[in-house]
Structure formats: C-alpha cells, structure tokens
Design a protein around this ligand. Structure first.
Ligand code: PMV
Length: 338
C-alpha cells in the first residue's frame, strides 16, 4: 500500500467572493491572506483494485457527510483523474483548528485533498512536478475559495485588468507583488460563536442572484481589487484598512438585504468591532478587522504591533469570545507535502 500526506491551510478573504455563475466562476475577483496555523492534514493510502473505492475518515472516525462530499467530487471529475478507476483509496483527514470553532474547513480540506490526488497521479503515472494552476483549478471545483489556499502569502482569484495572468478558473500567488509588511501579517481569529453556520456559503452565493444590489456590489468589488492591489504593493495601510473593513461590512449588508435575509453578526461581534475602533483611535496602531460569512472576527495587524495587539485582545476582547477562545494565526506559505 502506498501512502502520502499533504497539508493545506485555510485562507481569509480581504476582498470577498460572494456570488457565482456557471461552474464555480466568481462574479468578481477576490484577494486573500493564506493562513499558517489553521490547516488540514490529509493522508491517503492507496492500492490497485479492479474498481474505484473510497474509505474516508475524519480524525480517525468515519464521517458520512464528508465522505459523501468527497465521493461526489471524485465521481464528477473521474475523467480528469482516470487512474482513480483502478484504486482503492483510504483517506484520513485532520484539522489543526478545533472542529467547533465555526471556522470553515472546506478551503483547507478540499485543497489538501486535491494536492493528494495530483501526488497520487505523479506516483502512479510517473509524471514529475505538480502544476499549481491545475491544482487550484480543481480545488475551485471542489469548493470555490479553496483555490486560493495553495499559494504562499496572498492569492488573487478572478480576472482583473490589473493583473495580466489573473483568471476566473484558478488563483495565483501575489507573493511577489506585495510589500514586505504583509508577508508576516497576523490574523487572530476571535471565536464569537462555535455553532454551525446558519446559512451555508452555497446558499449565500445563490441568494446573490435575486439581490437588488448585486450588480453594484460586483462593480464595487472590482474597483476594490484594483485599489487594494496598489495598497498591497506600496504598503499603504490606511487604504488596506479602509477596503478590508468595507468589504466585511458589505458581505454582511448583502446578507441582510437578501430574500430571505440573515443577520450573521452576534451582539459580541459588534462589541468587538466597536472596542477595536476605540483602541485604534487611542493608539494609532494600524489594526483592523474582517469577517467571514459568520459572527467570528478576524483581527488583522502587522507583526511589529503583535505584542500590543495581543495584550489588547487578552485584556479587552477575550471576554466576548465563547469560552475565551481565540486562535492566533499569521500569513503562511500555502500547501506542502508532509
Ligand atoms: O468558497 P465558498 O463557496 O465557501 O465561499 C466563500 C465565501 C466567503 O468566505 C464569505 C468569502 C471568500 O471569498 O472566501
């Protein structure tokens, strides 16, 4: 039995992907930080068989929900991975972040799985190297934003006139286009609720189809991409903060005016944001927040201010986190073989 193992991190979008068309094609480009500590480790054992068979375990236990999702993805893409038709696959997956942290694991888990698939192909067919564009393409088909997780530091997914090799079909790294200050940026994830998401991202994207603000949202996002790219290049933190926070607010505003509508923030989400604004005003430290499609708050800050901001989190924000839980994370290097 052959065995291989990959790890891939989660990512946090600054300009959000919210709304899609066709086969997981985004309505607007998005930009994300690749994280370091929040990741999925996936090991795959495989042996020749006369038919395809899948056995999936999460943390060593069978998990029918994940098994069904992976099975569906593999069957849909069997023509692209024909070697699977003669393999018996045993997959074991583990997240380094708590299962009940409200952090979506589909980006890290699906991108780790896709890297394992390409590595199996390399082993079975004797090909060399893994084409990250192809891996990003299939990660996108598995779970939209997963396509951004593979790359070091920051990724751009979606076509924009500002970046020649950008594409709606896969992400690319922004590592060589960003100011050094962003290469070790921090993201501390404050867990306001550990409940399962009240609306799945699949349902959330679908709600954009009837949203009266959809077209203007896509135009604003495209503009934010161009301005954020400039700020990332020059290290312009004022613009970075303005766009990042505005994007988080817009994502939640879009959900509030969808039909049906959703309020995804909790009272403690707002307490954290307001306390953060006061701290920034008082100290002039360039710390800001972003949100995913849920109540947890991502606090973003440069490495040089880590000590001050983390003391502030412990003294003033931890009280708003469920069981005082927060996860210190930082920009990382993308997927890698273990
Ligand atoms: O990749 P999905 O389908 O789970 O959608 C991700 C949506 C957001 O996390 C809210 C935004 C983003 O760009 O990651």
């Amino acid at each position: 039995m052959n065995q291989l193992k990959w790890q891939s991190p989660s990512n946090i979008a600054l300009v959000k992907y919210w709304g899609k068309k066709g086969r997981q094609i985004p309505q607007n480009p998005s930009i994300s930080f690749t994280l370091k500590n929040c990741k999925t480790e996936t090991s795959v054992s495989f042996e020749p068989s006369d038919h395809f068979d899948l056995h999936f375990r999460f943390d060593g236990k069978e998990n029918s929900e994940f098994q069904a999702k992976i099975h569906k993805f593999l069957l849909e893409n069997m023509d692209s991975f024909p070697f699977l038709k003669q393999l018996d696959l045993h997959i074991n997956s583990h997240n380094t972040f708590p299962h009940s942290s409200g952090i979506a694991s589909s980006a890290s888990s699906m991108s780790a799985l896709v890297m394992c698939l390409f590595d199996i192909e390399r082993t079975v067919n004797g090909t060399d190297g893994i084409d990250l564009k192809k891996a990003s393409y299939f990660s996108r088909l598995a779970s939209g934003s997963a396509c951004r997780s593979l790359f070091p530091k920051m990724a751009l997914w979606g076509e924009t006139p500002a970046v020649k090799d950008s594409s709606d079909e896969y992400a690319i790294t922004l590592q060589d286009r960003i100011h050094p200050i962003f290469k070790d940026y921090h993201d501390s994830i404050l867990i306001v609720s550990d409940a399962k998401k009240s609306v799945s991202s699949r349902a959330g994207h679908a709600l954009m189809n009837g949203n009266p603000y959809a077209e203007s949202r896509y135009a604003v996002a495209k503009n934010n991409i161009e301005n954020l790219l400039k700020a990332l290049e020059t290290g312009d933190l004022e613009t970075f903060i303005h766009i990042t926070e505005s994007e988080a607010m817009q994502l939640h505003a879009l959900m509030m005016c969808s039909n049906p509508s959703y309020i995804l923030m909790k009272p403690n989400t707002l307490r954290i944001i307001n306390t953060l604004f006061e701290f920034r005003q008082e100290t002039d430290i360039p710390v800001c927040f972003t949100l995913d499609a849920g109540p947890n708050v991502h606090i973003l800050y440069p490495d040089q201010h880590a000590e001050m901001v983390e003391r502030f989190i412990m003294d003033e924000l931890e009280q708003y986190c469920v069981s005082g839980q927060w996860i210190p994370d930082q920009v990382g290097d993308g997927a890698s073989k273990c």
